[in-house]
Design a protein. Structure first.
Length: 256
């Protein structure tokens, strides 16, 4: 199987129908200004004949940010896990409505245009793979995400540096010797090259946590956002998936 496998036609319809019947949890990704925002949701119902997919409206979960972020006609990314794989797609918000779950229960939903294609990643690509100490990968990161790439290094958007500790298709852990004092859920820009002499990958992420295992040693957890929304982003996912597979194979060989 390829790192990122395209699924179309009847198989795409069947997978979406089955996932919706199970009401699987989903993550929605939308662009807010020049940055990305994510919201937890779940699949409610599938209607391939009417060409729409119903997902729980994040506003129903009292997430006030979603009311302004999710707009009609907007492009939106949908990601969900089923079995040993994660599935992603990009589609459009066609409307807001109430979806009838059964005779007694209705729920606010977003009506999304039926996706013509799903892309499948094996779950192992989302297991963190440690980067060997003899394969040092420098990382640059800055506040503001890709909205302010050219401001990185200026006082309003200081440039921080560190070393890649582990990586998956979902995010990275970065070690630095200084505390950049990032806030949780803050958008940052990341830049790193997976191999020597390769062009650096530049992407947007959300800061999830920072720990301090030792004095003057800080570990930052970042979650990637927005990669499923563009051809370039999905190409980056492919690159990362292949690299994660290489690290996992190296780790297995060293254990033998």
């Amino acid at each position: 199987m390829k790192d990122l496998n395209d699924i179309t036609g009847a198989r795409c319809d069947d997978l979406l129908t089955d996932a919706a019947a199970r009401n699987l949890p989903a993550v929605l990704t939308v662009k807010v200004g020049q940055s990305w925002a994510t919201f937890k949701s779940r699949l409610l119902g599938s209607h391939p004949g009417e060409r729409y997919l119903a997902v729980e409206d994040p506003e129903h979960d009292r997430d006030p940010a979603s009311a302004d972020a999710v707009q009609l006609g907007q492009n939106i990314g949908v990601a969900f896990r089923r079995g040993s794989s994660k599935y992603i797609c990009s589609t459009v918000v066609d409307g807001r409505a109430h979806y009838r779950l059964n005779e007694r229960v209705t729920m606010p939903c977003l009506r999304l245009r039926w996706p013509g294609k799903l892309q499948q990643l094996q779950r192992r690509a989302f297991y963190r793979a440690d980067v060997p100490l003899d394969h040092e990968i420098p990382v640059r990161f800055w506040d503001g995400g890709l909205a302010r790439p050219h401001e990185a290094g200026k006082p309003a958007s200081p440039l921080h540096t560190g070393r890649l500790m582990d990586i998956s298709c979902g995010g990275v852990r970065v070690e630095s010797d200084q505390d950049p004092r990032l806030k949780d859920d803050q958008n940052v820009g990341l830049s790193f090259a997976l191999r020597p002499r390769e062009a650096p990958i530049v992407l947007e992420a959300v800061h999830r946590h920072t720990s301090r295992p030792e004095p003057h040693r800080y570990c930052h957890g970042f979650q990637f956002v927005g990669l499923e929304m563009s051809v370039e982003g999905r190409s980056i996912l492919n690159q990362i998936s292949r690299f994660v597979s290489e690290l996992q194979r190296v780790s297995l060989r060293r254990r033998k």
